[in-house]
Design a binder for this molecule. Sequence first.
Ligand SMILES: O=C(O)C(=O)C[C@]1(C(=O)O)C=C[C@@H](O)C=C1
Length: 357
Amino acid sequence: MSDQDLHVLRKEIESIDEELLRLLERRVSLAKGIGEVKGDAPVYDPLREIEVLDRLCGLARDVDPKFVRLLFGEVISFCRSVQRPATVACMGPEGSFSHEAAFALLGRSIDLVFVEDPAQVLSSISKEKAQMGVVPVENTTEGTVYATLDAFATADQSLSVIGEGQLPIRLVLASCENSFSDIEEVYSHPQPFGQCRNWLSRNLPGVRLIPTSSTSYAANIAKSKQKSAAICGKLAAELKGLNILEEGIEDRPYNATRFWLVGHACEGRSKKNKTSILFNVSHKPGTLFRALEPLYRAGLNLTLIQSRPLPGNPFEYFFFVDFEGDAEDKKVKEALATMNSRVERLRVLGSYPQIRR
Ligand SMILES: O=C(O)C(=O)C[C@]1(C(=O)O)C=C[C@@H](O)C=C1
């Protein structure tokens, strides 16, 4: 290829880039117009975003659909923000896996509010410090995130789960030190410690493991403390300027965490909605069976059941159940009505779509 050929091709790229920019500006202008039509109604429409992204991925021919989803996910995120800026609460500080999950679910055109725990995420929404929140629910290695379930048990009843997404969790050992041999203590959230316990016993036997409220908080400590390291995400390590001593230290090849997107209920439903409920029963034989029986008779597939101590009632429990289906489906509605007559308290946390970006 001659310099002249390269020049011609680059000029054609510049022309296409300008065309793409003008089309993007047109799309943003249309989104602003939609925002005016919506008025005070919620801007975020997860079902419409899924529809737009799935359609484009179906149309993609010579471009990887994963890239199409990522690119247009950010276009939509910006188009959402020009209608009304969205403040999203999540566990911090910056660089936490909840931070990464918020970006994965909503794109990067969001304002983030970092808080200590899931209860503060929910209270941030209730106090209108944030319009939405992102909380971890379950990890493929360590199981349910109890703090999230406990937070919902006492949270504002107006909050709903409005979406769900899975984030692959890839753990790194990060430090100001340059070698394993210099590490005397490791900081991280208890969940990641559990996700790489075998790696730790093989590579850092006997090192003190100190739990923190989040992985990014652990990175903060490792940044300021010699002979220490953090188990965190790559984003946190890079944001703090730490050396990454080892990547991919999670014990299982597939290590992912399910996150809920929380806010005020959205209209509509997708074909594959899930529903999450919480309930408690009287402390008598057969009450749990009778509570679950209507879900069985409706043919609903349960994807999670988890008991948690009932606050104020020692050795009594409330239960979380996720199942496939939407609370507005006729058979689900009837099953929940029967269930409601058999339990002491039943709350539908939400029926929501799977969000993939
Ligand atoms: O169609 C809408 O309701 C819009 O607001 C537009 C748009 C988009 O950019 O495609 C943006 C935000 C919504 O969550 C859904 C879609």
